[in-house]
Design a protein around this ligand. Sequence first.
Ligand code: CP
Length: 304
Amino acid sequence: MAPRPEFAMKHFLGIEELTIEEINHLLSRACAFKQNKCFPNLSTHTLGTLFYENSTRTRISFELAAKKSSMDVVHLNVSTSSVEKGESIEDTIKTLAAMGIDSFVIRHAQNGLPRLLATRLSDCAHLINAGDGTHSHPTQAMLDLMTIFEKKPNLPALKVAILGDILHSRVANSLIHLFSKVGISDLRLIAPPLWQPQSPLVGWVTSSIKEGLQGVDVIICLRVQKERLQDHEFLNTARYHEQFALTEKTLNFAQQDAIILHPGPINRGVEIDSEIADHPQSCILEQVKNGVFMRMAVLDYLFS
Ligand code: CP
């Protein structure tokens, strides 16, 4: 097991503040939880899940991770809560913390909100970022790294492609930070010009799927995030599929044993064909499975 870093963190907000020791520790703990089925005992703690945007994977896997670690879990149904009467998220957290909830998983459309809340509510509770706008989704990036590491452990040697709507993807943003920290330097960012990132920390940008996927070991396919597109950013779905979808034909540009990831939810026939989503080299459901163990490792790290 990687040694536990000396200083534990109060919040889990973004990949940027993780050290390589912390990344290795979380990977090691998550893999150990998965293999040994021996989970931490965090029974003195309570987790509140605050999802101001929809979620299936992230919310349920945090809930499972916490329950398997003997925590109480409380879910705030935003649409039937006092949020609808105008209560701010800050007041909601203070209110729930007063009841004894000492950690919150937060998903919100506003970029940077979890970090802002952490500066205002630092003494109140542990805050975990479960996705803020187009900015950051650190636990998704960590579980993606775990999935890659299990299949192809020599991370710095890998050729990795991120394909799709990169500009609006908080997952891509967190992955780019994470790949730079673990030494993955051959990173290809494949997107139509409208959805390309500006000056990425690592990797090179292309609008040619053939060029970008050439010889890669790992392909991370992204959903077209219609809910985040401005009017001028919409592309014709059929044309997008023709030029940028992961299909049996485009998969051939990659290494024969390339693995396929997608953070989900997937839109079959848009960014990925069914044959590829269900392909023997697809790790999409393994990512979902790993999400429980990586989130357990994050909770364990914050509390232990
Ligand atoms: N990948 C991801 O964040 O999925 P959910 O929106 O279902 O949580």
